[in-house]
Ligand binder design. Structure first.
Ligand code: GTP
Ligand code: MG
Length: 189
């Protein structure tokens, strides 16, 4: 009996970072059909994410539509027990912090350590969004020393297109990394 044909493999992307940094705002935007609109739709009131939400979207990355699971993680330490599940088998990490919040800047280093460094992911599998209302694209945002070697991108609420563009670039980079890993594994067999 032949195996059922497999569709294109999807990617699991974990969206992590301090509480109130904008993870759900960003995940909602990416998962919505809002490609045509240029600005985020911001919820009128902030609602803390309890545990983790999984959102789905599809992006075209050098080929057919690729299913993406976005694991939008609650940033409160009350939900720390969920983090191992968020980390497990993740293909990439989107780390979100608000560079205008001093606490976020320092906390973001710990998020990087936990989700990327201690999870044996390569830095290519991580993108950092500095999400602030007044971000200026040409100015490097305030960053934890632990993130200084990473791709840190300014994201503003007015500019959803930049977010989509950066997200697709990141997915392409993750896919390339995974393809290279799979090729190396096959060569060893
Ligand atoms: N960081 C950031 N937040 C903004 C901006 N503009 C508005 N906000 C508000 O900041 C809050 C962020 O909320 P969420 O996206 O729910 O934050 P979160 O990171 O998911 O928070 P947790 O679920 O608690 O981890 C919302 O009330 C946004 O409307 C912005 O440009 N940057
Ligand atoms: Mg949230």
């Amino acid at each position: 009996m032949s195996a059922a044909p497999k569709g294109p493999p999807g990617l699991k992307i974990s969206v992590v970072g301090p509480s109130g940094s904008g993870k759900s705002t960003i995940a909602n935007y990416l998962a919505s059909e809002s490609e045509g609109s240029s600005a985020f739709k911001v919820a009128p009131t902030y609602t803390q994410t309890v545990g983790c939400r999984i959102l789905e979207c599809e992006r075209t990355i050098d080929g057919p539509l690729m299913p993406i699971e976005l694991w939008d993680t609650g940033g409160s330490t009350d939900y720390e027990s969920c983090w191992p599940a968020v980390m497990k088998d993740t293909d990439g990490v989107v780390l979100v912090y608000n560079p205008e919040n001093e606490g976020h800047v320092s906390e973001s280093g710990a998020w990087y350590d936990f989700f990327v460094k201690n999870n044996s992911l390569s830095d290519d599998q991580c993108i950092v969004f500095a999400f602030a209302p007044n971000a200026q694209p040409e100015i490097r945002p305030r960053t934890s020393p632990k993130l200084q070697h990473l791709n840190v991108v300014n994201i503003t609420i007015e500019d959803g297109q930049t977010l989509l563009h950066q997200f697709d670039r990141f997915l392409r980079q993750v896919k390339k990394k995974l393809d290279t890993k799979a090729k190396k594994t096959a060569e060893f067999k």
